[in-house]
Design a protein around this ligand. Structure first.
Ligand code: ASP
Length: 429
């Protein structure tokens, strides 16, 4: 893409975001056009943007990782790059989650007037709990381990389980690199398939402005900016302040320390991916755009980006980790339980785990939060179900989408910073 068309596309996405927000706030939504099942705005956004992007995710992860790994080639270098990537993911998620825990303990958004507190707690039972997550720590670990050691790669592809695909692609990429001349043809084919997919990505991303318009209109129409003023307002503000500090201060500082480059210039170069993350609520659907932007505008090497970004979209979620910590401590506060230091440490560890386990799809963080609540409950009473009922998650479901937009952007930003740092270790020659 030329520089000019990139600028036009970025501008169109921005227009889509703003117009969507205005349309949602003042537009048709107010006149009650919600239908059974999906609202038409959401359905349109899914058709125009989410489905086409998701279509690319599995083949893109597969070929991108193989091509990145076989480009790095030398196994000892690969070990260094892989190790540094994992350390980066864990360290930044740990920083995010600690920041969230500090903020929520300090601001105490859940300590409200008794009447407001009771009213909010009442809504939990009306809305009901989020189901479907592994709800204890042991099964959370096992779940991740099972995903890491897949038995049938096609099954993982069909179920879109990225971890298994990545593990296989890493192993296969290593083998192709080790094979020298004998496997050169396969390496070339994988590289060419990756390039072909990226051309497809560049076609599809022209749909981003329209898709983002529909999706943001739906989100804002459904929830509205007014919710920030309501009783859940301080909770939302706490999450947003935490995300802002992490995204605008902590990650830029980390990037500066390791690369000595201007981090805000890099953030500006990554804006297309960040806006797509806001619009889609999904780091996984944004992945094709993240790879394209990081390589073509952000100056990340193919070697680093092809490997760090797909893996990051799956396991590196700074925004989600921070959000989970704030949300869980907030809910405990609402139920009148002040967590002690030891319990806050449990929150920090399990929220990191829950963020790693969360898929890069909308509201995934809300579901894996069950792990954190159960772990703290176990510590408090020896039983996963009390004293904070899992159904309490229902209290924050209503405002989750807006927070999801912001934490997804921080998730994608964290991946991009990782790719930029690892570019130093693995530059393209
Ligand atoms: N929507 C987030 C993402 O895709 C995950 C979450 O926090 O719900 O990165």
């Amino acid at each position: 893409m030329t520089h000019r068309s990139t600028n036009i596309l970025t501008l169109l996405i921005l227009v889509g975001l703003v117009a969507g927000a205005l349309f949602g706030e003042f537009g048709l939504f107010a006149t009650g056009t919600v239908v059974d099942g999906d609202h038409w705005l959401k359905a349109a956004g899914d058709l125009v943007l989410i489905r086409p992007l998701k279509l690319l995710v599995v083949p893109l992860i597969f070929f991108s990782v193989i091509s990145g790994i076989s480009r790095i080639g030398d196994p000892s270098k690969l070990g260094k790059v892989g190790g540094a990537t994992l350390v980066y993911y864990l360290a930044t998620m740990f920083m995010a989650v600690s920041l969230g825990t500090l903020l929520v303990t300090w601001i105490s958004p859940g300590v409200l007037q008794a009447s407001v507190q009771e009213e909010l707690i009442g809504t939990a039972h009306v809305i009901g709990a989020t189901q479907g997550a592994a709800n204890d720590l042991g099964s959370a670990w096992m779940n991740i381990l099972y995903q890491l050691i897949p038995v049938n790669i096609l099954d993982d592809m069909v179920k879109v389980q990225p971890l298994g695909i990545i593990v296989f692609a890493i192993a296969f990429g290593l083998a192709l690199a080790a094979g020298g001349d004998k496997t050169k043809a396969a390496r070339d084919i994988c590289n060419a398939c990756f390039e072909g997919l990226m051309i497809l990505v560049r076609w599809i991303i022209w749909l981003t402005p329209i898709g983002v318009f529909f999706l943001v209109a739906w989100t804002v129409g459904k929830i509205g900016f007014d919710s920030i003023k309501g009783p859940l307002g301080m909770y939302m503000v706490t999450v947003l302040v935490g995300l802002a500090v992490h995204g605008f201060l902590v990650l830029p500082l980390v990037l500066y320390l390791f690369s000595r480059k201007n981090p805000y210039q890099f953030m500006w170069q990554m804006k297309r991916a960040l806006m797509t993350a806001v619009g889609t609520d999904s780091s996984s659907a944004t992945l094709p755009v993240t790879i394209d932007t990081a390589e073509n505008e952000g100056g990340c090497s193919k070697r680093a980006a092809n490997f760090v970004l797909p893996l990051g979209a799956t396991i590196n979620m700074d925004g989600t980790a921070l959000y989970e910590a704030v949300a869980v401590v907030f809910l405990f506060q609402l139920f009148g339980i002040e967590l002690e230091f030891g319990q806050l440490v449990i929150v920090v560890i399990t929220a990191t785990l829950a963020a790693i386990g969360a898929a890069g799809i909308p509201s995934a963080g809300l579901v894996t939060m069950v792990i954190v609540i159960s772990a703290v409950n176990m510590n408090l009473t020896g039983s996963a179900t009390g004293p904070l009922p899992i159904a309490a998650i229902g209290i924050i479901i209503g405002v989750d989408r807006i927070l999801d937009m912001c934490r997804t952007a921080v998730n994608v930003w964290g991946d991009a910073v990782g790719a930029k740092i690892i570019t130093k270790l693995a530059p393209d020659d």
